[in-house]
Design a protein around this ligand. Structure first.
Ligand code: SF4
Ligand code: SF4
Length: 344
């Protein structure tokens, strides 16, 4: 790992170079919530002055840049008893994402395990991942963040550059050759003992600030023991089956395929649409049979995929502890409360 520092002034120069040559997305204030608190999201930026460095969390996870909610995976043109297939990946202009927090970078690492390194890698995902330069930034834990409990509050890989604010400068962790080469265009400094000490002080302070916790000790075994527990029924009675939790989750990747053809039988398309395991038709199969018609069963399987099945397959949970699902849930269902009720 290479560490450097950069003054905020020089970092802005670096961003100007990136904005000029790439599709550049960074945090911006997009609205206010019901308590008049600002909501931030990653938006395309053309001027450095439009970046809001005071953002707290990015409302919608970066998953959408790699795994869009809806995409045409192939289209067909049918003519004279023959047909032509067109498969297009988005590779045109390189893209930069600025401001991803550790949980979101780790969410991409988890998606990589399935969509890059799994048995059936997705070329659509792979090309976007390769084409995107990621600059992560450190964050202040919010009352609903429990990333520390699942070990995703720090970054070991998955981005090109990671920044921690130290006064008028940033402490930079350089993860990729591309970042190292890009940074030659601006002035950076080797870190000093004082920078290292400040880094350690800030990291320690952050660790102490987490208030939400999830006890994951032996969780896979406890979930096996509690598979028939009435607790699932209680949570299922509260669940509205709305799918908001999956919509905001940075690691959900379940999808459905739709095939469409126009009325003249000349054009057809195969559409991939992200699904949500709590929606009523998630487990509906051909013929209309639904093998998970009950809400509590669907909600239960959501938890078993995140905290049981994925752990068995990859030795880590599919939850990064961002807390977005609990924030989005109109029924007030949160991961820390569900897991704690299962353990009791
Ligand atoms: S806290 Fe919720 S939204 Fe965040 S990763 Fe875990 S399940 Fe997904
Ligand atoms: S957001 Fe809440 S109510 Fe909606 S499906 Fe998820 S757990 Fe159920």
């Amino acid at each position: 790992m290479i560490f450097k520092t950069i003054s905020k002034k020089d970092f802005n120069k670096f961003l100007e170079i990136l904005i000029e040559n790439n599709n550049f997305f960074a945090p911006q204030k997009i609205a206010k919530d019901k308590n008049k608190k600002p909501i931030y999201d990653l938006r395309e930026i053309k001027n450095i002055g439009d970046i809001d460095f005071n953002y707290d969390i990015i409302k919608y996870p970066p998953r959408r840049f790699f795994l869009p909610y809806r995409e045409v995976i192939s289209s067909f043109k049918i003519e004279n008893n023959t047909w032509e297939q067109n498969i297009g990946y988005e590779t045109k202009v390189p893209r930069v994402l600025l401001g991803l927090h550790p949980c979101d970078i780790n969410s991409l690492n988890k998606l990589d395990k399935v969509l890059l390194l799994g048995d059936y890698p997705s070329p659509y995902y792979a090309i976007r991942r390769k084409n995107t330069f990621i600059i992560g930034m450190d964050c202040e834990p919010k009352p609903f963040c429990f990333c520390r409990s699942v070990g995703t509050h720090t970054v070991q890989h998955g981005c090109d550059l990671f920044l921690i604010e130290i006064g008028d400068s940033y402490f930079m962790e350089i993860f990729s050759n591309i970042a190292f080469d890009f940074l030659k265009k601006v002035k950076t400094k080797d870190t000093t003992k004082a920078d290292d000490d400040e880094y350690k002080r800030i990291r320690k302070l952050k660790t102490e600030k987490f208030s939400a916790k999830v006890d994951v000790t032996d969780l896979t075994k406890i979930l096996d023991m509690e598979f028939q527990s009435d607790v699932w029924k209680e949570w299922g009675d509260r669940c509205l089956g709305c799918g908001s939790c999956a919509r905001v989750c940075p690691t959900c990747y379940c999808y459905g395929i739709e095939e469409k053809i126009d009325l003249k039988f000349q054009n057809a398309g195969k559409l991939k649409i992200l699904h949500a395991c709590t929606l009523v038709d998630f487990a509906e199969v051909a013929g209309g049979f639904n093998f998970r018609p009950e809400k509590h069963i669907r909600l239960k399987y959501r938890y078993y995929h995140k905290h049981r099945g994925f752990v068995e397959a990859y030795e880590e949970s599919l939850c990064v502890g961002c807390g977005r699902c609990g924030q989005a849930c109109l029924a007030g269902i949160t991961v820390p409360e569900v897991i704690s009720s299962i353990r009791e």
